[in-house]
Design a protein around this ligand. Structure first.
Ligand SMILES: [Zn+2]
Length: 269
């Protein structure tokens, strides 16, 4: 018996079955060029995508479409948020030029609170750079004398101050997200507030300072003694008396600064 037709038939059937089973894979392998249809994300078959998937109803396709769109938007939103977060954390330089004849105390805080922490001092007619986060920092500059801590020569290390209240005189106060520049020039005529005792201190310290200057011009110091120049003999008794005026022990440089005589706060010697 001639078996060849049977063999052909079997080969044909096998070929048909293989082709049927791997129809799309086969075409895909042969024709898979750029732009041709990939694998269906729903059933995993090559040759169609989920939109054309025979296993899905139109409603299901629309549902998947909606989900995919939402996922895409979510991803974009997360990416945007990450970028914004990165931008927020960026530090930048901020320069303050103190064009005043008094020292400035610079404080920093957050946009969300009135609590301020001392950052640095800027002496009269000097400039200093601060590292800040524009997005969330507030910078406040006070004349140092406004915020002196007790009887010390230091400004408070931290304090609470709400913006635009008249609790202190301020040379600069900004939420840095609202301040467009990277530097500022400070000019603020400033007279520290004086109590009655401050006025008496000024009266005494200024008078004493003048007497000391007169003493310096009219005499020399030798072995701790004041020796008056010959030409000032007629006022020698008065000059001798200057050294007997003692300054109170608790007189601080802040007192001198308030009185307008040289102190370590002005660096004038
Ligand atoms: Zn499919």
């Amino acid at each position: 018996m001639d078996t060849s037709p049977l063999i052909y038939l079997i080969i044909y059937l096998l070929y048909y079955l293989i082709l049927r089973k791997f129809k799309f894979e086969f075409f895909n392998l042969i024709l898979n060029k750029k732009g041709s249809m990939g694998k269906c994300s729903h059933c995993g078959t090559f040759g169609h995508n989920y939109v054309k998937c025979p296993q899905l109803t139109r409603e299901q396709v629309l549902e998947i479409k909606k989900k995919k769109k939402e996922e895409k938007e979510k991803k974009l939103e997360a990416k945007k948020k990450k970028l914004e977060e990165k931008e927020k954390m960026k530090m930048s330089d901020f320069t303050i030029h103190n064009n005043n004849d008094y020292e400035i105390a610079v404080y920093w805080g957050f946009n969300t609170s009135d609590l301020l922490t001392r950052l640095q001092y800027i002496p009269a007619f000097e400039s200093k750079v601060s590292r800040i986060r524009k997005s969330c920092h507030r910078i406040v500059a006070f004349p140092s004398l406004e915020v002196i801590s007790g009887n010390s020569n230091d400004a408070e290390s931290s304090l609470t101050y709400a913006q635009n209240t008249d609790q202190y005189i301020v040379a600069f106060d900004f939420y840095m997200k609202d301040f467009p520049d990277s530097s500022v020039e400070l000019h603020l005529p400033y007279q520290p507030k004086k109590t009655e005792i401050d006025e008496w201190k000024e009266y005494g310290l200024k008078s004493h300072y003048l007497l000391k200057e007169i003493e310096k011009l009219t005499s020399i110091k030798k072995d701790g003694n004041v020796i008056v120049h010959k030409k000032y003999e007629n006022i020698e008794t008065f000059i001798d008396m200057i050294q007997d005026i003692s300054m109170p022990n608790n007189c601080s440089d802040v007192d001198k600064e308030r009185a307008g005589i040289p102190s370590i706060l002005t660096n004038i010697t």
